[in-house]
Design a protein around this ligand. Structure first.
Ligand SMILES: CC(C)(COP(=O)(O)OP(=O)(O)OC[C@H]1O[C@@H](n2cnc3c(N)ncnc32)[C@H](O)[C@@H]1OP(=O)(O)O)[C@@H](O)C(=O)NCCC(=O)NCCS
Length: 192
């Protein structure tokens, strides 16, 4: 583990697990570090906020100011994923239809039912700046999103496809061959 100076919010030792050569910015806030695992070579940039269970694979980058929230839900992020600055991955919400009072400030006996659903982001996914991912989404291998894309669970995402817009629509396929070959070379190299 590389300590990017001492984290100001939590003790890095309290994470569920942390791999080799991990960099976590000192202003990254992880509310429940015992529910968070981070794989070898991954980086989480400053001002990122995490308030749910989280698994991050290896060689994954979470850019500055990302928000990953979801109470009791779990967000899993694969290997070689890049999450650009300002993305919001939201694994818990409300249906906004009026079943009760809303939000974490409300006592449970008068609160409406929350929508809580895990999010899975597979290997080689790229999220453009400001992408929003809603509860229950599953992003298959190699999905990419343009800046400010909205991904909802009703959208059936195809692997190795670039999506843009609100809601996300596909605009083209991505070439996987060279990416997968490079990942295999890295996996097989002696310094990994
Ligand atoms: C998605 C992206 C890669 C596409 O770039 P491109 O190949 O040059 O795409 P084009 O400009 O030719 O646009 C293709 C179409 O997608 C639309 N489009 C492109 N990016 C879009 C976006 N972010 N949101 C909505 N629509 C978008 C264009 O309007 C165009 O639509 P049309 O065919 O109906 O006219 C680029 O626009 C983008 O959003 N990049 C993300 C950059 C980023 O966040 N990087 C991370 C840095 S850490």
């Amino acid at each position: 583990m590389i300590r990017d100076d001492k984290n100001i919010f939590f003790d890095l030792e309290s994470l569920a697990s942390i791999g080799k050569n991990v960099i976590i910015g000192k202003t990254v806030r992880i509310r429940k570090p015992e529910r968070v695992s981070i794989g070898d070579g991954s980086i989480i940039d400053d001002f990122t906020y995490v308030s749910c269970g989280l698994t991050v694979g290896k060689y994954t980058h979470i850019g500055a100011g990302a928000v990953i929230i979801g109470g009791n839900a779990h967000v899993s992020i694969g290997n070689f994923v890049n999450i650009a600055p300002g993305c919001r991955i939201v694994a818990a919400s409300n249906d906004f239809t009026g079943g009760g009072l809303v939000g974490p400030a409300i006592p449970s006996h008068v609160a409406s039912e929350a929508i809580v659903a895990d999010i899975k982001i597979a290997d080689h996914v790229l999220l453009g700046v400001g992408t929003v991912v809603l509860p229950g989404c599953e992003l298959p291998e190699g999905v990419a999103t343009g800046a400010m894309t909205l991904v909802t669970p009703r959208i059936q995402l195809e692997p190795w496809t670039l999506y843009v817009g609100i809601p996300a629509r596909p605009i083209r396929k991505r070439e996987s061959k060279h990416i997968l070959e490079a990942a295999a070379r890295l996996d097989g190299s002696p310094d990994t």
